[in-house]
Ligand binder design. Structure first.
Ligand code: NDP
Ligand code: 13P
Length: 347
């Protein structure tokens, strides 16, 4: 059942912001979509289509588009952030003076701030203050904009420090085509959504190099292991990584033709430089910055993340992808689940 609320404002008119604005439109509510470029506003007003980011999808007239942040946020009961994670702090800072007190905030970006290594809920608290944390939720999970816009069946998860807020966000987004679960583990949900992009770049590289299904399955499985290991060190619930924000999103990002991270990886695997790969994809590839942040987090928390380490070397130190594969394959032997040793589970 959709939440009965008068106005939703979506900040960010890329693929995801546009798809979510379409998803939330109707139900006799106003949806305002904020974009930073006037040309995009003009295009949407003329054609009711966002040709660059979500071609072929009709934007209903009930979606009002604007470049004016104050106007976009006036009267908002819900504010959905759909800007790339590295721009979240700056956009939030500009938006905060205009966000009505008590508005529900739902962040849909997937990333970790590079310099501060903060998760986006931490960025939010550092800018908005701890009192507003109870109104903040993160929405994550396997959900490509192209499919949500076509109303294909999709399941996602919302996490919040407040159960009430999580349930409000669940009610807001829940539809026949979008099933929404709640999870109290905001740390795990944020880390899962961000870190899967590092692994998707890796499986894309394998696709570009050889297309080996065995290698991709190994990367996905061992990738999830190191994500979980970091998550546990950072006080996430390990079960979250077996859920939609962990395994679910990892599967979609590592296998889908829609995945920008995977597509960038394929280009690198075929011999393109990082910059050439990013230019080719021409949309946000969150995994690149997240690889740097994850590399720092693994050092900070003293957690071994061999795939992240190799991805870091490939992306930022010109390690040839084949050498990275070789480095991973020839590491010292180890047991599959190191944590079992900690739990004193013996043969
Ligand atoms: N696409 C998807 O299927 C999904 C995406 N996400 C997440 O949603 C977030 C947004 O991704 P997505 O919509 O795909 O990205 P896109 O690449 O499709 O679009 C990026 C959007 O962000 C805008 N933008 C870029 N820089 C800034 C800035 N400094 N200030 C304000 N706006 C800016 C761009 O505007 P301009 O055109 O002017 O550059 C564009 O509208 C990401 O964190 C992504 O991981 C989550 C789930 C699904
Ligand atoms: O997170 C996403 C889908 O859940 C979008 O990122 P990708 O486009 O890299 O898959």
């Amino acid at each position: 059942m959709a939440l009965d609320c008068g106005q939703v404002t979506v900040l960010g008119a890329g693929s995801w912001g546009t798809a979510l604005a379409c998803h939330l439109a109707g139900d006799e509510r106003t949806v305002k979509l904020w974009a930073r470029r006037t040309e995009l506003i003009e295009e949407i007003n003329t054609c009711r289509e966002n040709k660059r980011y979500l071609p072929g999808i009709f934007l209903p007239a009930s979606i009002q588009v604007t470049v004016d942040l104050e106007q976009a946020l006036a009267g908002a009961e819900v504010v959905v952030f759909s800007v790339p994670s590295h721009t979240f702090r700056a956009v939030l800072r500009k938006a905060l003076p205009f966000i009505p007190a008590g508005a529900l905030i739902v962040n849909t970006a997937k990333g970790i701030e590079e310099n501060s290594m903060q998760r986006l809920s931490e960025v939010f608290i550092s800018e908005a203050g701890p009192a507003r944390a109870k109104n903040y939720a993160v929405l994550s999970g396997p959900s490509h904009a192209e499919e949500v816009a076509l109303k294909m069946p999709t399941a996602v998860v919302v996490a919040s420090a407040s159960q009430h807020t999580a349930v409000l966000a669940q009610d807001l987004f829940m539809r026949e085509n979008l099933r929404v679960y709640t999870n109290p583990d905001i740390i795990g949900v944020e880390l899962g959504g961000a870190l899967k992009n590092v692994i998707a770049l890796g499986t894309g590289i394998v696709d570009g190099l050889s297309g080996s299904d065995n290698a991709k399955a190994a990367l996905m499985t061992r990738g999830l292991t190191e994500i979980t290991r970091l998550g546990m060190a950072m006080h996430a619930n390990p079960l979250t990584f077996a859920g939609l924000a962990g395994l679910g999103d990892l599967i979609v990002t590592c296998t889908s033709r829609h995945s920008r991270n995977r597509r960038a990886g394929i280009a690198i695997g075929r011999g393109k430089t990082l910059q050439q790969a990013l230019d080719e994809v021409n949309m946000v590839v969150e995994g690149v910055r997240t690889t740097r942040a994850a590399h720092k987090l693994s050092a900070t928390w003293g957690v071994e993340m061999p795939i992240t380490e190799q991805m870091y070397q490939v992306l930022f130190h010109n390690l040839p992808p084949r050498a990275a594969v070789n480095n991973l394959m020839t590491r010292g032997k180890t047991r599959e689940v190191e944590e079992l040793a900690l739990a004193k589970i013996k043969w």
